[in-house]
Ligand binder design. Structure first.
Ligand SMILES: Nc1ncnc2c1ncn2[C@@H]1O[C@H](COP(=O)(O)OP(=O)(O)OP(=O)(O)O)[C@@H](O)[C@H]1O
Ligand SMILES: [Mg+2]
Length: 500
């Protein structure tokens, strides 16, 4: 046991409610210094709320927190940072058009700038350089003067971490002032290799003494990288331990409060003979402004065509060109889809949801929505979707912005499904979604295909593609390979093809 070490963070009996909705109830947990502590739980379990309390962004209703043995109840994020607690939030925060260096020091308030000794641009740059050096194994990959938006998603994530660390303070010589780094789903938009690269850096930070509280839905990451885990269920601690000693099935049971049957995996793809349905989308030599490069594909009713590819390979661009949202440089897209094409965007905050509007309005508002609808029918329909997709919400009139990240993703999916289009282009539909809901979303896609829809599924999770799709094609630097039956691919062969 590592019981001899005093915990850095000790949370006891923490409670928090939003109105009548108790989100955290009697939560206790201890995080040791120089450790990676995973925080797990279903969508809406209270993980992000706990992290926001630790960061002074929400106030707890009851309970006590000790940091380094001293009472800790930060009144603001700035106070938290001053105490050495920093956060990389669930939603991305970089400004795409600003440089890496500017992003790293952006938002460090004047008082903190004085405290950190950031007197001028030269010192700000030095701080940015030191912070980047801490997180990037190869700082040359993350040039200080590059616009952040030009980096790959994985490198952007490293910049987010560098920024959090810089806000906690980086002393001369690159020594960290931060003591606790909270990462809320840092790998949800990363493929396997990028996630591995990120964890290698996070482990190095841990080995340098930092405590890391890691919120994630990926049990494999927990088993591989975490020293301890805590499971939240309905705002209570439902399990904790050493992830190397706990079987994944046990952790899942703790998350769900019941045993979990894996999705009807493997069985589905052969249900309908692929290749027999009518062609609804035919793309010939389609090139986008940057990507894709002369991509061709044929999509038939009743099938799910998977697209595998590393982040940055042009997956999102491909879907956008097929959907007609981005211009083509050349090629043709022929559609035979009277009910149209719908796209589920991977960017739920930016182009996905109106966070200030209700769930019902978000589900209902779309270009294809009828102009008039009785408010009552709108709410009733939203309630049906809330049930169908197990969206955890107070009701259809709750603001979308108040939902947990995974539940926001489900609202977006509900809107797409409601449009009842013929062709669904879905970009990372399970991002940020917990294990049980994930299986549910994937089997919903299978059901839609069985009902005659045609689906293109982009996912960073190769296991998901192999078990859900009929055919899979690999996109590599903008070039789309020929689709092959899913049964002829394995995760390993997809990864090899995508990264070769
Ligand atoms: N400002 C708020 N007002 C009302 N309810 C809120 C607010 N913030 C969070 N909630 C509710 O608290 C619950 C827990 O949300 P939280 O974001 O902590 O979940 P989570 O465990 O991070 O989930 P996910 O895995 O989906 O990110 C949810 O039901 C959410 O709707
Ligand atoms: Mg969350």
């Amino acid at each position: 046991m590592a019981g001899a070490r005093a915990p850095l963070l000790e949370v006891t009996g923490l409670a928090k409610a939003f109105g009548p909705n108790a989100v955290l109830r009697d939560v206790s947990l201890r995080v040791l210094p120089a450790s990676i502590h995973a925080l797990l739980g279903e969508n809406g379990a209270g993980k992000s709320t706990l992290t926001r309390i630790l960061l002074g962004m929400e106030r707890a209703d009851a309970g006590a927190v000790l940091l380094g043995g001293a009472p800790y109840a930060p009144a603001s994020a700035e106070r938290a940072r001053r105490a050495g607690v920093v956060l990389v939030p669930q939603e991305r925060t970089l400004c795409a058009h600003l440089t890496v260096a500017d992003n790293v020091v952006l938002g460090i308030e004047p008082a903190a700038r004085a405290r950190l000794g950031i007197r001028d641009r030269a010192r700000a740059r030095a701080v940015a350089r030191e912070a980047i050096a801490l997180v990037a194994a190869d700082p040359a990959r993350v040039p200080l003067d590059a616009p952040a938006g030009e980096l790959g998603v994985a490198d952007q994530q490293l910049v987010e971490i560098a920024r959090a660390l810089a806000q906690g303070g980086v002393r001369e010589g690159g020594r960290l002032a931060a003591r606790l780094l909270v990462l809320d789903e840092p790998t949800s938009s990363l493929g396997h290799e990028d996630a591995a690269r990120l964890f290698e850096r996070v482990r190095a930070l841990r080995d340098a003494g930092l405590a890391v509280l890691l919120v994630t839905h990926f049990l494999s990451d927990v088993a591989a990288h975490a020293d301890r885990y805590t499971v939240l269920r309905d705002g209570r601690v439902a399990g904790e331990g050493d992830p190397r000693e706990a079987a994944p099935a046990q952790i899942v049971r703790e998350m769900l409060g019941r045993a979990f049957e894996e999705a009807r995996e493997g069985a589905a793809p052969d249900a309908a003979p692929p290749g027999s349905g009518e062609v609804v989308l035919d793309a010939r030599d389609v090139s986008g402004v940057k990507r894709p490069e002369r991509a061709s594909l044929t999509l038939r009713r009743g099938e799910i065509l998977g697209i595998a590819g590393l982040v940055g390979s042009g997956r999102t661009e491909l879907l956008r060109v097929l959907a007609g949202l981005d211009p083509k440089r050349s090629g043709t897209v022929t559609l035979r889809a009277p009910r149209g094409v719908g796209l589920l965007s991977e960017d739920r905050g930016g182009e996905g949801l109106m966070l200030g509007r209700s769930i019902a309005e978000n589900i209902w508002l779309s270009p294809r929505a009828p102009r008039f609808a009785a408010p009552g029918s709108l709410l009733a329909e939203a309630s049906r979707w809330i049930e169908e997709l197990a969206i955890r919400a107070g009701g259809p009139d709750q603001r979308a912005g108040e939902l947990s990240g995974g539940n926001q993703q489900k609202v977006q999916l509900a809107r797409l499904l409601r449009e009842d289009v013929d062709v669904l282009l879905v970009d990372e539909p399970t991002r940020g979604i917990d294990v049980a809901s994930k299986a549910q979303v994937l089997s919903l896609l299978r059901d839609l295909a069985a009902a005659g829809k045609a689906i293109v599924l982009v996912s960073s999770r190769l296991d998901e593609l192999v078990t859900t799709c009929d055919r899979i094609a690999v996109l590599r630097r903008g070039a789309l390979g020929p689709p092959r039956p899913a049964s002829s691919w394995t995760e390993a062969s997809l990864l090899l093809e995508a990264s070769s």
